[in-house]
Structures are given as C-alpha cells and as structure tokens.
Design a protein around this ligand. Structure first.
Ligand SMILES: Nc1ncnc2c1ncn2[C@@H]1O[C@H](COP(=O)(O)OP(=O)(O)OP(=O)(O)O)[C@@H](O)[C@H]1O
Ligand SMILES: [Mg+2]
Length: 365
C-alpha cells in the first residue's frame, strides 16, 4: 500500500568541527542547516546535512489557512516524496544490512544494489533511506559541542561520467572536503579517504549512477576494483543504485562475480496496474492526489483515470509525477482533469511508449 507523504522530525546539530589527527585535514563543517547549506550539492557533507535536516515539503494540514499562489507553485515544484512500497522495502533492507554488518571487521560487509529502469524513483528512494538513517543516528547520538569530529553517518556519492579509479576516489574525498592535490596518487587519495571515513564513523555509503561503470574497459575495471577495496577498508554498509545494472557488464566476469556475490538486489520497477487483488498504480495515484494543494480539484478524479494514466506513463513514477504536477500548474483552473492531462506532452520515453501503433493506409486500388 502506498502511504501518503510523511514528515520526519528535523534534527538540529549545532556547529562542530574537528581535525584529522593523522593527515591534519580540516574536517570543520560549519552549521549548514541555515539557507547557506542549500548552496552545496547533496554530494557534499554540507549539502547532505542541509537536505537531511530540512523537513520535506508538506501538503496543507486540514484547517490551515490558504497558501498564496506563489507558495503553492513552489510547493508543487518541489513536491512531496510519497512513501511507496519500494521505499519501505529499501529502508528496511538497509537497516537490516547495517545491523548485520555492524561488527564485521575483516571483510566487506554485505551490500545492496538498487536496479531498475530510468526515472523509476531509484535516487528518490536512496535519498529517503539515507535521510532516515541520518535522522535516526543523530537522534540516538545527539551532537556534543566539544566532540572532536562532526557526525557524518551517511555519505552520498555519484559515480562521475567516464569514471576512473582516481576520479571516483576524488568524489569520495570531495564529500568530506578531504584536500586532494593533483600530485596525489590514487593510492594516496584512497588512503586518506579510508582513514577519514573510518575516523569520522561514516556508517552508510550511497553510491548512485553505478551503471556508469563498465568493468570491461581497463579504466572501468580499475574503478570496480577501487570500489571493492573501499568496501573492505571502510567500516560502512554500501548501497549502489543504477539503471538496469543486472543486464550490464557490472555483473559479469570475475569482478562482477565479486560484486554480485556480496550484494543483494532490490528491484525498483514500474508500478503494475494489478498485483493479485491489489492495484498498486491506482494506490500510488491516490497517494499523490492527496498531496496536491489545489482549490477546485475534485478528489477521486485521478484514481478514476488510473487505466488511462498507466497507459500513458507505463507505470513509471517519474513520468506520472511530471504529468500531474505539470497539469496542476499550467492552466490556472486549480484542478486536474483528463482534458488538462491530455494537453501535456510527456517525456520522450513515455510518449514513445504511448504512441498508438500506426495503422496502415488502405491499399490503393
Ligand atoms: N516516492 C516518490 N514520490 C514522489 N515523487 C517521486 C517519488 N519517486 C520518484 N518521484 C519522482 O520521479 C522523478 C524521477 O525519480 P528519480 O530521479 O528518483 O528516478 P531514478 O530512477 O533515479 O532516475 P534515473 O535512472 O534517471 O537516475 C523524480 O523527479 C520525482 O519527481
Ligand atoms: Mg537517479
């Protein structure tokens, strides 16, 4: 069942900082819960902390005064994250793996791979899970003003395009602002990364866009080896996400076997119209509709259009949210109808899927 949007309690860690005792790297992380944290990408600790500690957008509470048009536009633009069954599965699986790997010291902990088609909600689920872990950790370990290091329970790293082992190691360094100079070798960067991540106590590492790795190329193979090295040297649980990774080279060959042998797979697919007696896609639409802040919208309109919307979007949450959010803001009618939905052109992928099969012209006589 899809549950509606939820707000987690925001934490409010105070400013703290520290110094890496071995490398002398500055680990100071200023308090970025203020607006300045928003200027940092989520692939840096400052940006991550801002993201994790900022309460997600919320639909209007019953009886709440009407928000202005600008406020509602901003709300529909940012929009809520609906708790989907996949988000629940991922969050539970990650929590279990973290407990399982907690006291494993010598070899790599079991990891998780999120796989699925483009725009299926992989990144959204990954970020939601990371935020839940961050908030749980900061609740259990309230920050002390005098602690030697900032608390960084979660790291979020993107595999860069055409990643080499060095550029990926540099991404890990960038997240914690570990200084990297052009003269440093990959081994030196990796050493600094492993040392600092362990010293700070990062417990969960989320690596997105993993499909960019191709272990069949020399560079890709070295990068895959680096990942394996990191999983063995950093005492954290690793979660990877990428597009249809089971069908890519990531899972083939000796390196693929090493990865696949340690990782369980979580499939983030399209929402089926029917699953036994349930209708997952209609449930998703019901959850999304409840989150809109429109004055003239008739509740129940969108779930009734579920078969039509499923056909248009192929059950992909990315195409669906784009379609209905766009319909909510385009014509100023403050309601979403089949007419307003039909007036919107979707992403290329969805349009290709929806395009009716061309009918042959009648043969000339
Ligand atoms: N649980 C959710 N609640 C509300 N909207 C969602 C949810 N999951 C995904 N979306 C919407 O779908 C869009 C695509 O999601 P996301 O970027 O997470 O997909 P992805 O699988 O990571 O895509 P890609 O493969 O291109 O990286 C997002 O912009 C967001 O608007
Ligand atoms: Mg993504």
């Amino acid at each position: 069942m899809v549950t509606g949007p939820r707000q987690e309690a925001g934490d409010s860690p105070g400013p703290q900082g520290g110094k890496d005792t071995r490398t002398g790297h500055a680990l100071t992380t200023p308090d970025n819960n203020g607006p300045e944290g928003a200027a940092w990408p989520v692939t840096t600790w400052q940006g991550w902390r801002h993201f994790a500690a900022t309460p997600p957008p919320q639909p209007p509470a019953p009886g709440q005064p009407l928000r202005s048009t600008e406020e509602r536009l901003a709300y529909h633009s940012a929009f809520v994250t609906v708790r989907t069954p996949f988000i629940d599965t991922l969050t539970n699986s990650v929590r279990t793996l973290m407990i399982l790997g907690q006291h494993q010291q010598t070899t790599a902990r079991p990891s998780l791979i999120v796989t699925g088609p483009a725009a299926a909600g992989k990144t959204t689920a990954l970020l939601h899970t990371g935020r839940a872990c961050h908030l749980a950790h900061t609740r259990q370990h309230p920050p002390h003003g005098h602690s030697a290091h900032p608390q960084v329970p979660v790291a979020y790293v993107l595999v860069p395009p055409a990643a080499s082992a060095k550029t990926l190691a540099t991404e890990f360094a960038r997240y914690l602002a570990i200084p990297v100079t052009t003269r440093m070798t990959q081994a030196q960067i990796t050493d600094a990364v492993c040392h600092t991540y362990n010293q700070i106590g990062v417990r969960l590492i989320l690596i997105d866009e993993i499909h960019r790795l191709n272990p069949r190329t020399t560079t890709g193979a070295e990068t895959a080896d680096l990942l394996k090295d990191l999983t063995e040297r950093i005492r954290a649980t690793f979660v990877y996400a990428g597009i249809d990774v089971t069908t890519t080279a990531l899972f083939s060959g000796a390196r693929g076997a090493q990865l696949a042998g340690r990782a369980s797979l979580v499939e983030c697919g399209a929402f089926p119209a029917r699953l036994g007696k349930r209708e997952p896609f209609r449930e998703l639409i019901t959850g999304l509709e409840a989150a809109f802040d429109l004055q003239a919208h008739r509740p129940g309109t969108l779930p009734r259009l579920a078969p039509h919307l499923h056909q248009r979007t192929a059950g992909r949450i990315g195409s669906l949210t784009r379609l209905i959010r766009q319909a909510a803001i385009t014509d100023g009618t403050e309601r979403i109808t089949k007419t307003s939905l039909d007036a919107i052109r979707l992403d290329h992928q969805a349009e290709q899927h929806h395009r009716p099969t061309p009918t042959r012209p009648p043969p000339h006589r």
